[in-house]
Design a protein around this ligand. Structure first.
Ligand code: VGL
Ligand code: ZN
Length: 227
């Protein structure tokens, strides 16, 4: 199969960035120049994802009763609506990326003119969905059309960048690899909510066959060579 790489730019949205983001990741805006450079490379497909929640989303601390409703601190148990035997313990967050709000918008400095396709996720209020492919349950109740889009475009390799390194980038990359795409995460083009968790994240990549690369890696030069 010939090399057909896609770039997936995860959740480069106002709410994940200083100065005004509800869930601002330190340095979140600083990766945009690198991401714009990546967007200018001859990828076969360029996708941007958006976290896109309803106001009553289960991941918002504000939708849970006290005392377990402290953003960044409290957790909740989420059941798979399709199979209550499947459960997940998940972090609660400040309200963020609410559909129709400024916080849900992609950063204006992101070169959206180069993006072929925008994939929205997290619309199902009943489940958390960090991955741009599906919710985390063994039999997912929410799925996006990202896997289909990549398959229909004949994509062989998925390059992942964006926010946040320890949540949506992480689970999108792991799911890309699971879906059969050779997956590369461009470390310099991500920022983490909790940078101290990255060793653990990278260990998970190794176990799953996802490869962490730098922006000048030979795998990036391979994309440049397609021009
Ligand atoms: C994300 C926390 C909550 C992300 C989304 O995009 O990494 N993190 N929702
Ligand atoms: Zn979210």
């Amino acid at each position: 199969m010939s090399f057909r790489p896609a770039l997936v730019v995860v959740d480069v949205q106002e709410d994940f960035c200083p100065p005004n983001g509800a869930l601002a990741v330190t340095g979140g805006r600083d990766i945009v120049p690198t991401i714009n450079e990546l967007l200018s490379l001859p990828f076969a497909l360029r996708v941007a994802t958006k976290d896109f929640h309803p106001q009553d989303h289960i991941s918002f601390a504000s939708n849970h009763p006290a005392p377990n409703n402290k953003p960044f601190v409290s957790t909740a148990t989420i059941e798979n609506p399709l199979n209550p035997a499947e459960t997940q313990e998940t972090q609660l967050w400040p309200d963020h990326c609410v559909q129709g709000t400024k916080g849900a918008e992609l950063l204006t400095e992101l070169d959206v003119s180069k993006v072929d396709r925008i994939v929205e996720k997290g619309q199902d209020k009943r489940v958390e969905m960090y991955s741009a492919f599906a919710d985390p349950f063994p039999s997912p109740c929410s799925q996006s059309d990202l896997a289909d889009t990549l398959k229909k475009a004949g994509i062989t390799d998925v390059y992942v960048a964006g926010l946040a390194a320890d949540y949506c980038v992480r689970f999108t990359a792991l799911d890309a690899q699971k879906n059969g795409f050779k997956t590369w995460v461009i470390g310099e083009a991500t920022k983490a909510v909790d940078p101290s968790s990255l060793d653990e994240v990278y260990k998970g990549y190794e176990e799953a066959g996802v490869t962490l690369i730098g922006k000048d890696d030979k795998q990036i030069q391979r994309v440049m060579g397609l021009a």
